[in-house]
Write a protein that binds this ligand. Sequence first.
Ligand code: GAR
Length: 226
Amino acid sequence: MTLPIAVLISGSGSNLQALIHRIEQGVLDARIQVVVSNIPGVKGLERAKKHGIHTCVVPHAEYPSRQAHDRAVIDTLHSFGVQAVCLAGYMRLISPDFVQAFPDKILNIHPSLLPGFPGLHAQKQAVDYGVCLSGATVHFVDQELDHGPVIIQAAVPVGPDLGEKEAAQRILALEHRIYPQAVQWLAKGRLHIEQGRVHLLSPQEVTVLASSEPPGLISPGLDPGF
Ligand code: GAR
């Protein structure tokens, strides 16, 4: 099954591009129904159009409140039949209504090893702090900023000689590798959240959990059809 997703952006859209690339390669079982930006004219919208993907601009400045803006975005996503949402450089805190509209189906990527350095300029925050390792995190989105159950992380060394720009480039290269992987796990139903933690199920466990049989894991796995 192909997961119908939306990608929400506010800027360059290089993570969007990485998702498109993996879908076109046939290794990511998702279909981007629509790319939504809260800012008009950003490069990510052009990237989407080049690949024949629907785009929609919902400018937050034109709405009286965060809730009203999110309502318009949610309505757009529903009208495109979206089942999961990927925040990819979407620089907006989303409201509880938004989180509840797609329970356990909203992913975000952030350029730090969360829970360290949430918020803006995460790479600069990490370099300024003097950490030895920084990186990127893909996580489920909850009501807090850059917060929620962690799906996958990648780390890079960031020594004292490395500037913010170089650190950001290294991290971005890793973001492009881990985000498509996380979305593929979501598409395959392999991400199971229990007590705020993500468990990556094996394909065999997914089959068992998704069946109409009483829940239970069978090891070693059954042959197909049993
Ligand atoms: C990425 O580095 C992403 O992790 C970050 O914005 C950048 C978007 O780049 N997101 C956040 O900081 C979320 N708090 P892109 O538009 O080229 O994908």
